[in-house]
Design a binder for this molecule. Structure first.
Ligand SMILES: *[C@@H]1O[C@H](CO)[C@@H](O)[C@H](O)[C@H]1NC(C)=O
Ligand SMILES: *[C@@H]1O[C@H](CO)[C@@H](O)[C@H](O)[C@H]1NC(C)=O
Ligand SMILES: *[C@@H]1O[C@H](CO)[C@@H](O)[C@H](O)[C@H]1NC(C)=O
Ligand SMILES: *[C@@H]1O[C@H](CO)[C@@H](O)[C@H](O)[C@H]1NC(C)=O
Ligand SMILES: *[C@@H]1O[C@H](CO)[C@@H](O)[C@H](O)[C@H]1NC(C)=O
Ligand SMILES: *[C@@H]1O[C@H](CO)[C@@H](O)[C@H](O)[C@H]1NC(C)=O
Ligand SMILES: *[C@@H]1O[C@H](CO)[C@@H](O)[C@H](O)[C@H]1NC(C)=O
Ligand SMILES: *[C@@H]1O[C@H](CO)[C@@H](O)[C@H](O)[C@H]1NC(C)=O
Ligand SMILES: *[C@@H]1O[C@H](CO)[C@@H](O)[C@H](O)[C@H]1NC(C)=O
Ligand SMILES: *[C@@H]1O[C@H](CO)[C@@H](O)[C@H](O)[C@H]1NC(C)=O
Ligand SMILES: *[C@@H]1O[C@H](CO)[C@@H](O)[C@H](O)[C@H]1NC(C)=O
Ligand SMILES: *[C@@H]1O[C@H](CO)[C@@H](O)[C@H](O)[C@H]1NC(C)=O
Length: 800
C-alpha cells in the first residue's frame, strides 16, 4: 500500500453518482425474489464450493460482477475524523465496489468495529445477493490499529529462525484483527532484501528465498488457521529496483527470477496455501508486474495452480498510464466519462490475471460492463476473476461468518493481553543478533553502573514503517527496559545528539556519563515513521519510499560513538535499524556490537534481557552486512562465477594496501548471512547423510551432533547449505535448503536431523521462454554450519 491520500479525491468525485445510478434489487435482478435466493445453493454450506461459486455467478449481473472486482473503503461511510456515519456513502460504496473494503485508519476500536459492522450488514442484508465483503488492513508486524500489539519488524523476526514463534505471532495478530471485524491482512512479504539501498528492506524476511519462504509460510499458516486471510505481496520479485529507488524497474532474467526470487512465493502459495496475493508496482524486463501474463497466469495459475484472487497494490493499475506510458492519459474516475486510458488499463490487467483493482487510483474496472457489452472483453474472463474472489470468500467461511466481531467487553482480553506482550518480548529477544563481543563486555553483570547514550535510547519507539499513527509514544524504550532490569539508581542517560542532526553540543554530557559509569551502552541506527508521518515526508532514513545511497550512520551518530569509545569505559554499541548499517571500523575497536532490527513494543525489555544475560542471544542475521554501499550486492548465494577476492585496505595510519577485488576494500561481507554469536560456544561433529546414492525424488536427512562446549545453555540455529558441484548453467555457489533451531544445555550434545528433498536441488535449464526444472545427476555437497561463512562439516550425495 502507498498513501491513501487519493481517496479524498475519489470521495468528491462520487458525489452526484449516487442519484444517477440505481442500486441493486431495483432495476435488475428482481426476477430472483429474495425468498428464492434465501434457499439458493450458493448459500448452502453443505454444497461443494465450486458449485456454490457457479451458482452464484450464474445469478450475477455484469455490474454486480464488476463491483466484486474493486476495493471499497470504510471512509466512504465513516468520517475518520468525526466518526459520523454516512448512509449515502455506504450504499454508493457497495453499488460500485463491493468485493472488499479497506479499514487501515488511526481510529478508535469502537469506530472501527461499528463501521465494519455497518458495512458488512449492508453487504449481507441490503445488497441483492448478500455477498459478504472481505475486510482488509495492514499487518506486517502487528494489526494496524492503536493499542494493538506491535511485534518487531519482519527483517527482525526472520532472525529468530524459529517457525513456531512466527506462527504463534500470526495467530495472535489474527485474533486481534478478528476481534474488531477484520478478515484479511496485507502480509506477509515474500520479497527479498537483495538491494539494500531500497527503503523497504525492513519489511522483508531478508536476502534468502528459503528463510523468507519458511517464515512467510509460518505466518500464513498462523493467520489462516483462524480463517483470517493472509495476502502475500508484492508478486513477484519486488525488491531489486534500479538504483534502489522505490518502485523502480527491474532487470533480472527468467532464470534468476525462478532460481532466486520465486521460491519464497512458491512456499507461500503452493505449500502454505495463501488465499490472496498482491501484485507489485515495478516492471520486470519492461513488463509491468500488474499486467504480466507470464507471472500472473503462466507461472501462478498454470505452474503453481493458484486458484484464489490477485489484487493490484494501491494505485498500482494507474501506473500503466502515469508511470509506464503503456496506456494513454487521461484517466477518469467515478462521475466522469470512462476514457480510452481506463479501458486500456482494464484490458491490459484483467485478462493477464490481475483480478481485483485496489483503491488509491481511478477505478478503471468501472469500464468492465461497457467493455463486455461492446464485445471487447470476454465475459468469461470477468467470471474467472469473480470466481477467484468468491473462492477466497467461501474458503474463509465468510458466507457463514461474515464477521466475527468479539463482544466489546472481551476486546481488552484479546487485544494486547499479557500473552501477546510476553510473546512480543520473547520473539524480540530471540531476534537480537550479537555481532561482536571479543572483550566479553556482554553480558553485563547486574551490579554495574550503566550509562545509556544515544538518540535511539529513549524519547520515542524506533518502530519501522507500517505502524499506526503515534505508535512511537507507546512501548518500552531501551532506557526504560534497562532501568527496569537493573534499577534506576544504576542508570544514567544522555541523548548525545538528535538522530537527524550533526549538532555535537550534547557530547560532553554523554562523555561524562560514560566516564562515570562501568559500562556505556550507545543506541544509534536508522529510523522510519508511522503511516501518517511517513507519507507527508517527515525525515526518516528507511521505510517505503525512503531510499538511501549510503548505509552509514547519518549526522552526529558516528562521532558520538567515537567520543564514547574515546573514554576508557567498556562500551556496547547497539544498532537499532531497519537494514544493515556500514560502520566496519567498529571491528577494530574494543566495543561489543549488538544488532536489534526494528523492535516490538517490548523492545527495551528484550534488549535488556540480552544485555544483562537473562537470555542468551540466539538470533542469526537474515541479511548480510556489506562493509560499504559500493560493495553491493553482498548476498551469500552469488553465482559460481561471482566474487573473486583480492582485497586491499586502508591501514590504521592511512597506509594504502592495494588489492584488485577491491583495490582498497573487499567484496566479502562485514557480517555474513546466518551469522550471530552466543554467550556460549557450539561444536559441530559427525555430519552424515541418510543415503549417498539417491534418485531425483528422494528425501534425505542430514544429521549432525551439536555440543554446547561453553558454560551456559543456549539455542543454536543449525544451517544446511547445498552445493551443486557441476551444473549445466551458472548456479548459486550454494543455497540454504534447511535449518533447525535447537536448545542445548551446557556440556550437552544433541543430534540434529534436517530433512532435505533432493527435488529442491534442481536447476533451471534452457533459454528464456522454455525453461525446464531438472535435478541434474552428479555430486551435491551438503554443508552444515553456524552461518553461511562458518561451515563446520560436510557430506556428499550423488544423484543418478
Ligand atoms: C439490467 O438489465 C437490462 C436488460 O437485461 C440491461 O440492459 C441493463 O444493462 C441492466 N442494468 C444493470 C444496472 O445491470
Ligand atoms: C469529516 O468530519 C470533519 C470534522 O467534522 C469535517 O471537517 C470533514 O469535512 C468531514 N469529512 C467528510 C469527507 O465529510
Ligand atoms: C456522504 O456520501 C456521499 C456519497 O459519497 C457524499 O456525496 C456526501 O458528501 C457524504 N456526506 C458527508 C456528510 O460526508
Ligand atoms: C490506547 O490506550 C491509551 C492508554 O490506555 C488510551 O488513552 C487510548 O484511548 C487507547 N486508544 C484506543 C484506540 O483504544
Ligand atoms: C443484518 O442481518 C443480521 C442477521 O442476518 C442481523 O443481525 C443484523 O442486525 C442485520 N443488520 C441490519 C443493519 O439490518
Ligand atoms: C474456517 O472456515 C471453514 C469453512 O467455513 C470452517 O470449516 C472452519 O471450521 C473454520 N475454522 C475456524 C477456526 O473457524
Ligand atoms: C525509573 O525511571 C522512570 C523514568 O525513566 C520512571 O518512570 C520510573 O517510575 C522510575 N522507577 C523507579 C522505581 O523509580
Ligand atoms: C525531523 O523531524 C522532526 C519531527 O519529528 C523535527 O522536529 C526535526 O526538526 C526534523 N529535523 C530535520 C533536520 O528535518
Ligand atoms: C579523544 O580524547 C582526546 C584526549 O582526551 C581528545 O583530544 C580527542 O579530541 C578525543 N577524540 C574524540 C573523537 O572525541
Ligand atoms: C582493522 O584491523 C585489521 C587487522 O585486525 C587491519 O588489517 C585493518 O587495516 C584495520 N582497519 C582499520 C581501518 O584500522
Ligand atoms: C562422532 O562419532 C564417533 C564415531 O562414531 C563417536 O565416537 C563420537 O562420540 C561422535 N561424536 C559426537 C559428538 O557425537
Ligand atoms: C521456538 O519457539 C517456541 C515457541 O515460542 C519455543 O517454545 C521454542 O523454545 C523456540 N525454540 C528454540 C530453540 O528457541
Amino acid at each position: 500500500m502507498v498513501a491513501r491520500k487519493t481517496f479524498a479525491a475519489v470521495l468528491v468525485a462520487c458525489v452526484s453518482f449516487a442519484t444517477s445510478q440505481s442500486g441493486y434489487g431495483d432495476s435488475n435482478g428482481t426476477s430472483s425474489s429474495s425468498s428464492s435466493l434465501a434457499n439458493a445453493p450458493y448459500r448452502d454450506p453443505s454444497v461443494p464450493i465450486e458449485d456454490r461459486i457457479n451458482d452464484l455467478i450464474s445469478r450475477m449481473t455484469i455490474r454486480e460482477k464488476a463491483s466484486q472486482l474493486m476495493q471499497g473503503d470504510i471512509s466512504n461511510w465513516l468520517n475518520t475524523t468525526s466518526g459520523a456515519f454516512n448512509f449515502t456513502g455506504l450504499s454508493l460504496n457497495f453499488e460500485q465496489k463491493a468485493g472488499m473494503f479497506y479499514v487501515g485508519y488511526p481510529i478508535s476500536w469502537d469506530w472501527l468495529a461499528d463501521g465494519i459492522k455497518r458495512g458488512q450488514d449492508y453487504a449481507v442484508n441490503s445488497t441483492r445477493l448478500g455477498i459478504p465483503a472481505i475486510v482488509q488492513t495492514e499487518g506486517i508486524h502487528g494489526f494496524l490499529i492503536e493499542n494493538a500489539t506491535i511485534f518487531n519488524s519482519p527483517i527482525a523476526y526472520a532472525c529468530t529462525w524459529n517457525r513456531t514463534q512466527t506462527r504463534l505471532m500470526a495467530e495472535q495478530i489474527a485474533r486481534e484483527a478478528q476481534a474488531l471485524g477484520v478478515s484479511q491482512l496485507f502480509a506477509p512479504l515474500a520479497d527479498l532484501a537483495r538491494e539494500l539501498r531500497y527503503g523497504r528492506v525492513e519489511e522483508t524476511f531478508g536476502e534468502d528465498g528459503y528463510l523468507a519462504g519458511e517464515t512467510a509460510a509460518a505466518y500464513i499458516r498462523g493467520l489462516q488457521s483462524l480463517n483470517v486471510s493472509a495476502m502475500v505481496k508484492h508478486y513477484a520479485a519486488f525488491g531489486l529496483p534500479e538504483q534502489g529507488l522505490n518502485t523502480g524497474p527491474e532487470h533480472m532474467g527468467e532464470r534468476e527470477l525462478r532460481t532466486t526470487w520465486l521460491p519464497s512465493y512458491h512456499k507461500a502459495i503452493a505449500d502454505a496455501g495463501v488465499w490472496s496475493i498482491m501484485s507489485a508496482y515495478h516492471s520486470l524486463d519492461g513488463i509491468p508486474a500488474v499486467s504480466d501474463e507470464f507471472t500472473l497466469t503462466e507461472i501462478l495459475r498454470e505452474e503453481l495452480e493458484y486458484d484464489f484472487f490477485v489484487t493490484s497494490d494501491a494505485g498500482g493499475t494507474d501506473r500503466l498510464a502515469d508511470n509506464f506510458y503503456i496506456c494513454p492519459k487521461p484517466l477518469n474516475t467515478y462521475n466522469n466519462p470512462i476514457t480510452e486510458g481506463n479501458e486500456c488499463i482494464t484490458l491490459s490487467t484483467l485478462p493477464s490475471g490481475g483480478d481485483v483493482e485496489m483503491g488509491g487510483g481511478s477505478f478503471n474496472y468501472r469500464a468492465i460492463p461497457e467493455l463486455v457489452a461492446s464485445g471487447r472483453l470476454d465475459e468469461a474472463i470477468v467470471d474467472k476473476a469473480v470466481s477467484r474472489v468468491l473462492r477466497t470468500k467461501f474458503t474463509m467461511g465468510l458466507f457463514e461468518r461474515p464477521y466475527q466481531i468479539a463482544p466489546k467487553r472481551k476486546w481488552n482480553r484479546i487485544i494486547n493481553n499479557d500473552y501477546a506482550r510476553s510473546l512480543a518480548r520473547e520473539i524480540d529477544r530471540d531476534s537480537i543478533v550479537l555481532l561482536k563481543n571479543e572483550q566479553a563486555a556482554l553480558p553485563i553483570p547486574k551490579g554495574r553502573k550503566v550509562a545509556v547514550i544515544g538518540p535511539m535510547a529513549d524519547g520515542f519507539m524506533n518502530y519501522g514503517d507500517y505502524v499506526v499513527y503515534r505508535s512511537q509514544y507507546r512501548g518500552v524504550t531501551p532506557l526504560t527496559g534497562i532501568q527496569s532490569a537493573i534499577g534506576n539508581g544504576s542508570v544514567t542517560y544522555a541523548q548525545g545528539c538528535e538522530r537527524w542532526s550533526s549538532d555535537e553540543s550534547g557530547f560532553p554530557e554523554a562523555v561524562s556519563a560514560a566516564e562515570a559509569a562501568d559500562v556505556a551502552i550507545v543506541v544509534i541506527g536508522t529510523w522510519s515513521r508511522d503511516q501518517q508521518e511517513l507519507w507527508p515526508g517527515l525525515n526518516a532514513t528507511t521505510g517505503e519510499h525512503v531510499d538511501v545511497d549510503d548505509l552509514s550512520l547519518v549526522g552526529a551518530m558516528r562521532p558520538l560513538i567515537q567520543a564514547v569509545l574515546n573514554t576508557t569505559t567498556p562500551t556496547v554499541i547497539v544498532f537499532q535499524s531497519g537494514k544493515p548499517i556500514t560502520e566496519p571500523w567498529i571491528s577494530n575497536t574494543t566495543a561489543s556490537l549488538v544488532q536489534q532490527f526494528y523492535p516490538s513494543e517490548q523492545g527495551g525489555n528484550a534488549l535488556a534481557d540480552i544485555l544483562f544475560g537473562d537470555v542468551n542471544p540466539s538470533g542469526k542475521l537474515s541479511v548480510s552486512f556489506p562493509h560499504y554501499v559500493g560493495d553491493l550486492p553482498v548476498y551469500y548465494d552469488y553465482l559460481n562465477s561471482g566474487r573473486p577476492v583480492d582485497l586491499g585496505a586502508i591501514g590504521p595510519n592511512g597506509q594504502l594496501y592495494f588489492g584488485h577485488q577491491y583495490v582498497l576494500g573487499t567484496p566479502e561481507p562485514w557480517f555474513p548471512f546466518g551469522y550471530g554469536l552466543s554467550y556460549t560456544t557450539f561444536e559441530y561433529s559427525n555430519v552424515s547423510l541418510s543415503a549417498q546414492n539417491v534418485s531425483a525424488s528422494a528425501t534425505l536427512a542430514a544429521t549432525v551432533s551439536v555440543t554446547n562446549s561453553g558454560t551456559r545453555a543456549g539455542a543454536e540455529v543449525v544451517q544446511m547449505y547445498v552445493k551443486d558441484m557441476l551444473a549445466s548453467v551458472d548456479v548459486p555457489n550454494m543455497q540454504l535448503k534447511g535449518f533447525e533451531k535447537v536448545m542445548v544445555d551446557a556440556g550437552e550434545t544433541v543430534e540434529v536431523s534436517i530433512p532435505l528433498n533432493v527435488s529442491d536441488c534442481g536447476v533451471w535449464q534452457g533459454r528464456q521462454g522454455s525453461m525446464r526444472y531438472v535435478v541434474e545427476p552428479g555430486e551435491f555437497v551438503v554443508y552444515v554450519g553456524a552461518s553461511s561463512a562458518d561451515l563446520r562439516g560436510n557430506a556428499s550425495f550423488y544423484v543418478s
